[in-house]
Design a protein around this ligand. Structure first.
Ligand code: F6R
Length: 607
């Protein structure tokens, strides 16, 4: 959701800014722009669409200067046009912004009453205009920015650059992340460590309300009360190799293929030395003291929670509620003192999930998060943060983060079962031993790539697709449908198999493919009955099952996808692979932009 970068360099910064924006483009790609100060003069270049358009523009209209800021946009206020693209400039001030200024209408009206004209439809322009307004009243850049920041409501990360100041960038953070990077005679600001990692391995993360006055000499950070603050400088070890496609055509393909390896890492992390029990970091969780689990997340992470509900309830007999984060706090759910509040988020920055976490502060017995970015806001505001060890996920459609979330959540459910005595030590050991086989099972699923591609080719011709699953495969049906619609733009819905006859079956005709996720488990026969109901109405069934399931029920199907036989608990994790690959190959067949589907952004830092 918008990426921002700022560089006070020792050489020309335009190429560095563009390189950094490339690494931030997963956050939004509606437009991109940079501004620099050259010989004291502020200038900018902006282009609509992908970053490549900005790069092309810079070839014809280069931008000199050793100080600059840059932005890649996911539009909130105003269409993606050049005028609405960042950086926004008002007189001597240029600004880039990630987030939403909630009181911008009020501030606009106030500025308009002073005769200040507006040229864009954005909330961000107000920030530049207000700062310029204060500078016109005689304030210097730092005081003008600080006074502006005092007036802003909403969530933002901001970076300011000034005409006449080639050794100054001011950064601010409230609700959206911002990091400061330390170089040799250079300084940086950026939305995340991914942007800064080729430039430096020394980073400070700003805290809520922090303001940073950055020069090439270093940084002065002020906290929300205006006091000078010390923020630890951390050594980051971001594996750059993980931020390239490693020979794959798309990040999504690479991230799907990486799943056996990253899940292996997650397992090693939580099942050390022989792996007979799940070991959590810090003070861990004592599930014997927990009466209820409330899980909150968005999108794919929400489906991971829905799957985990089956595990926590069946294995640990722990009552679970699962909520979509954007609904949770407005529902005002009562949080009883014995509640463990669990938040799942790949980015750790999702605004709705963060707001839900804050709603639970002071109410829940413990706030735990399952995240991929350990330095994220959600991780830092939790009592306990459990990393999923998926590595950087660049493809906008979440894949390896989903299966790593599931893996960590299943381990947590087994820990809960152990703490609550609902499974004995032998049963836990058996389940954990089965989990150790996950990487191999995932490799088995990946081996079916050709079969899945053939089925996906057929799906790519459809207008609508249904996904069905029963029990713990139901959330996976929802996830399969989400993956397909977000990257191939084919309309898809997921249903609990048994729910079909209560309405959606009206949609079935000879044009409707129906993907049935059905391992040969206790519920298989019931799912097959639902599948027969589809076929009786000429629906085209794609059956995803194991050898014995396919042998038993393939007759009359349109296509089959063969999965390895797996322990029943692991099926949602292993069957995620065909769900992802069906979407991936259908999107490739349709020629859509797999890694950067339209209208989406990786990290959703606005409500
Ligand atoms: C779908 C997808 C989104 C995210 C959702 C939550 O492929 O990626 O639905 O799962 O936006 O994001 P995080 O996990 O970062 O909180």
């Amino acid at each position: 959701m918008c990426g921002i970068i700022g560089v006070l360099g020792s050489h020309e910064v335009a190429p560095t800014l563009v390189e950094a924006l490339k690494r931030l483009e997963y956050r939004g790609y509606d437009s991109a722009g940079i501004a620099t100060v050259n010989a004291g003069a502020l200038d900018r270049r902006r282009a609509v669409g992908k970053l490549v358009n900005l790069s092309d523009l810079l070839v014809h209209q280069p931008l000199a200067g050793k100080a600059g800021i840059g932005h890649t946009r996911w539009a909130t206020h105003g269409e993606p046009t050049v005028t609405n693209a960042h950086p926004h400039q008002a007189g001597r001030v240029a600004v880039v912004h990630n987030g939403i200024i909630e009181n911008y209408r009020e501030l606009r009206a106030e500025l308009a009453s002073h005769g200040v004209p507006f040229t864009t439809e954005t909330d961000t322009e107000t920030v530049a205009l207000l700062t310029e307004h204060y500078m016109k009243q005689g304030l210097g850049p730092v005081d003008a920015v600080f006074k502006t920041l005092d007036r802003l409501e909403g969530a933002f990360a901001l970076a300011f650059l000034f005409d006449g100041e080639d050794d100054l960038i001011i950064g601010a953070r409230k609700g959206s992340p911002l990091a400061i990077g330390y170089g040799d005679g250079e300084m940086y600001v950026g939305s995340d460590a991914i942007a800064l990692s080729p430039l430096t391995d020394r980073i400070s993360y700003l805290e809520e309300g922090d303001r940073a006055v950055v020069t090439r000499e270093g940084v002065q950070i002020y906290d929300a009360r205006g006091n000078l603050a010390n923020r630890a400088v951390k050594q980051i070890a971001l594996d750059n190799a993980r931020v390239d496609k490693a020979g794959h055509k798309h990040f999504m393909a690479k991230e799907i293929a990486e799943q056996p390896q990253v899940i292996g890492e997650a397992l090693n992390h939580y099942l050390p030395a022989g792996g007979a029990e799940v070991v959590l970091p810090g003070n861990g969780i004592d599930f014997s003291r927990i009466e209820r689990l409330t899980m909150v997340a968005c999108g794919t992470a929400f489906y991971a929670c829905l799957t985990a509900k089956y595990w926590f309830e069946q294995l640990a007999r722990l009552p679970v509620e699962v909520d979509i984060a954007s609904e949770f706090r407005y529902r005002e759910p009562p949080i009883t003192p014995g509640t463990l509040a669990l938040f799942v988020s790949q980015s750790g920055e999702t605004a709705d999930t963060l707001a839900a976490l804050r709603f639970c502060e002071g109410k829940a017995a413990q706030i735990v998060s399952v995240i991929n970015v350990p330095e994220s806001s959600i991780a830092r505001e939790s009592d306990l943060a459990l990393p999923i060890h998926a590595g950087v996920e660049i493809g906008v459609a979440s894949t390896k983060a989903f299966t790593c979330q599931l893996t960590v959540l299943l381990m947590l459910a087994l820990k809960a079962a152990a703490d609550r005595g609902t499974l004995d030590a032998d049963e836990i050991a058996d389940h954990l031993a089965a989990m150790r086989g996950l990487p191999q099972a995932l490799n088995g699923a990946l081996d079916q790539n050709d079969e899945i591609r053939a089925a996906a080719q057929r799906l790519s011709e459809a207008r609508d697709v249904l996904f069905l699953g029963r029990g713990q495969m139901y959330p996976l049906a929802l996830e399969g449908a989400l993956k397909l619609k977000e990257i191939s733009y084919i309309h898809a819905e997921g249903y609990a198999s048994g729910e079909l006859k209560h309405g959606p079956i009206a949609l079935i005709d000879k044009h409707m493919p129906v993907v049935v996720m059905a391992p040969r488990d206790d519920l298989f026969d019931k799912t097959v009955s639902n599948m027969q109901e589809v076929m009786a109405r000429k629906g085209k069934v794609v059956l995803v099952s194991d050898e014995s399931g396919i042998a038993e029920a393939h007759e009359g199907t349109f296509a089959t996808v063969r999965m390895p036989a797996v322990h029943p608990l692991l099926a949602p994790i292993v069957y995620a692979v065909p769900a992802q690959l069906l979407a991936y190959h259908a999107a490739v067949a349709k020629g859509t932009d797999v890694d950067q589907p339209r209208n989406l952004a990786k990290s959703v830092t606005v409500e």
